[in-house]
Design a protein around this ligand. Sequence first.
Ligand code: AMP
Length: 188
Amino acid sequence: MINLVLFGPPGAGKGTQSEKLIEDFKLVHLSTGNLLREEIANSTELGLEAKKLMDQGLLVPDAVVVGMIGNKVKENLNGPGFIFDGFPRTVAQAESLDELMKSHGLSITNMIALEVDNDELTKRLLERGKTSGRPDDQNEDLIRNRIKEYKDKTAPVASYYDAQSKFTSINGIGSIEEIYANITSILK
Ligand code: AMP
């Protein structure tokens, strides 16, 4: 079973690479960003609360995303494994994910980080904003906040997985195929 944490700042290409991994490995894709946007689209109370923070480029509380992931993992225990995309984003979330997996007799097998510099991230997100319809991709100040949240709160998650010898960092700049080949060589 592969239980992969696909890691990296906003705009690193996690979603793009996830799409290819789902196709080839049939993994269940769990993106907390997508799950939150679904909540917003359905105008749930959770979605409306989360939107206030997402519209500022800030992280939503750990308990909210951990709860959502817990439900989705439970619903897909008979699958071939999971890709966690955009989660965990704090060390507390990583600890909760370990506990959650353990409670089902599972564990995270790999954490792969896509490395992309800030200028390239900003360029990619603004480009994506032209078609994604995401307000947080369309404003440079907001993008800066998201990258700052990543540096302050999310980057330390790499050390958490490194301490468990599960962390690999790869260059996130290059062709989609090249990057995908690097990811699959780690998984195989
Ligand atoms: P993403 O689609 O992964 O870029 O996430 C969009 C926004 O959703 C982020 O800027 C956060 O506000 C929120 N979000 C997504 N995943 C998480 C998470 N694991 N922890 C906290 N906030 C999150």
